[in-house]
Design a protein around this ligand. Structure first.
Ligand code: CP
Length: 320
């Protein structure tokens, strides 16, 4: 396993991580994945540490996997949702966070609809902050679990590979965090989607913008389909959902011209028949449930790394 000196208090985006730091987290996640395959899936490494899961936006995969990850490391996890908390009485994000920190957690994991919410807390709190998705900005642990999934599929040989990201790029924190991760490993990222759902600054991103879906899929080593985020869209970005499905929904027919080992990812939740057809989502090409499983191992690696950052004598290898 790679060894490095961890220098971050928080995990806010993939942009701030070096290739060595990402490799370190993925290597550690491999070790946690072995533990997750054991009959007893629990290790004592974060015993006595407290982790707050502060989800001010809906989540199934991320919230549950952070909770499973914390519990498998023997940390105490505490969940707070926006509904049912004093946020609904008008308490500010800052005051909510200071209140939570007064209870002395070691890590706060936050999901919030505002881009920059995690960084806002990280600047003000002494404990570690993990960004579990902030608006359209970043979702670093999703990009890390995507990397874990593809690194395994590509047997560690990532340089020169190509990843096609299809769909609602403009509203996707997943796309952005993936783009900045893969750039560090020599993977070419291509994007395809309706012009209204490409971010205004896309020409400044390290990506190639594709014009033809069939050609783009045929040349890809992996295809990542994104959810159409209707909840974040202004009226008028899409004229009609059935037209969107007709032009952008990816199915098995699109994979016919791709290499036999081209796989399909989706961060979830999926809109079947809108951005991905069931024949593909449920096929052998799909890595969607592998991504979910990887999420637990990757989040264990992140929580372990941040939870132990003040205890240098405890190496990652020794802790696991
Ligand atoms: N991929 C993802 O973030 O899923 P959830 O919204 O269910 O957490």
């Amino acid at each position: 396993m790679s060894d490095i000196r961890w220098r971050h208090k928080d995990l806010l985006d993939t942009e701030e991580l070096s290739a060595s730091e990402i490799t370190y987290l993925l290597d550690m996640a491999e070790r946690f994945d072995e533990i997750n395959a054991r009959p007893v899936k629990k290790v004592p490494t974060l015993r006595g540490k407290g982790i707050v899961l502060f989800f001010a936006e809906a989540s199934t995969r991320t919230r549950t996997s952070f909770e499973v990850a914390g519990k498998r490391l023997s940390a105490d996890t505490y969940a707070l949702a926006a509904s049912g908390s004093s946020i609904s009485k008008g308490e500010s994000l800052r005051d909510t966070a200071l209140t939570l920190e007064a209870m002395a957690p070691d890590i706060i994991v936050i999901r919030h609809s505002a881009g920059g919410a995690a960084a806002f807390l990280a600047e003000r709190l002494h404990c570690s902050v993990v960004n579990a998705g902030d608006g359209c900005h970043a979702h670093p642990t999703q990009a890390l679990l995507d990397a874990f999934t593809l690194r395994r599929h590509w047997q560690g040989d990532m340089r020169g590979k190509s990843l096609l990201i299809v769909g609602d790029i403009a509203h996707s924190r997943v796309a952005r965090s993936n783009v900045f991760l893969w750039q560090k490993f020599g993977v070419t990222v291509r994007v395809f989607g309706p012009r209204t759902l490409l971010p205004p600054g896309i020409r400044g991103w390290p990506v190639e913008v594709c014009e033809d879906l069939d050609e783009a899929v045929a040349g890809a080593d992996a295809v990542m389909v994104l959810r159409l985020q209707l909840e974040r869209q202004q009226a008028g970005l899409l004229p009609d959902l059935s037209e969107y499905a007709g032009r952008f929904c990816i199915g098995m027919k699109h994979l016919e011209k791709a290499a036999p080992d081209t796989v399909v990812l989706h961060p979830g939740p999926i809109n079947r028949g809108l951005e991905i057809a069931s024949d593909l989502a449920d096929s052998g090409r799909s890595r969607i449930l592998d991504q979910v499983a990887a999420g637990v191992a990757v989040r264990m690696a992140v929580l372990f790394t941040l939870g132990m950052r003040d205890e240098p004598e405890q190496s990652a290898a020794g802790g696991v």
